[in-house]
Design a protein around this ligand. Structure first.
Ligand SMILES: [Zn+2]
Length: 153
């Protein structure tokens, strides 16, 4: 079976985020840096399945280069599942709960939701591990290539 999967990174400006004026190390312009949140999404057959990681960066207002910094307060964000398949599933479950009046239906919907959340939690952990391993492998290749390109002593 041919499975197409990959990772999509989306960045969004944080509305009440940090703003700092400084010279950009990349484009050498004195400009405003804005706090942005980077969202990693797991895609399968071009469909966003779920969000598996978010982190905060500062983005240069001039050239758009993003920088990881320790100036940003550590924010534990709940992964935002809006726009993903998981988001749709959870939305449908929530609406089902609102519409259901029979307590037995409400209970089984609740159980289904807990099951779905647990299963996707496991899938997220696995995907995060897999991407971590893949990143390590690629970093290894880059390091090996850099080592090879160094002039012989
Ligand atoms: Zn810049």
């Amino acid at each position: 079976m041919f499975i197409i999967f990959g990772d999509k990174h989306r960045t969004e400006t944080v509305a009440d985020g940090l703003r700092v004026e400084r010279e950009c190390p990349t484009c050498k312009t004195e400009t405003t840096f804005r706090e942005r949140v980077v969202t990693k999404r797991f895609r399968l057959y071009f469909v966003d399945m779920f969000t598996h990681g978010t982190h905060h960066v500062l983005e240069c207002g001039e050239c758009g280069q993003t920088f990881v910094t320790d100036e940003l307060p550590k924010k534990e964000l709940d992964n935002d599942q809006s726009g993903t398949l998981l988001g749709h599933v959870l939305g449908v479950v929530d609406r089902g709960k609102e519409l259901a009046t029979d307590p037995r239906v409400i209970e089984s919907v609740g159980q289904a939701q807990a099951e779905a959340t647990r299963a996707l939690g496991v899938a997220q952990d696995e995907a995060t591990k897999a991407f971590g391993a893949a990143e390590k492998t690629v970093s290894g290749w880059v390091a090996a290539l850099k080592g090879k390109s160094k002039p012989e002593p």
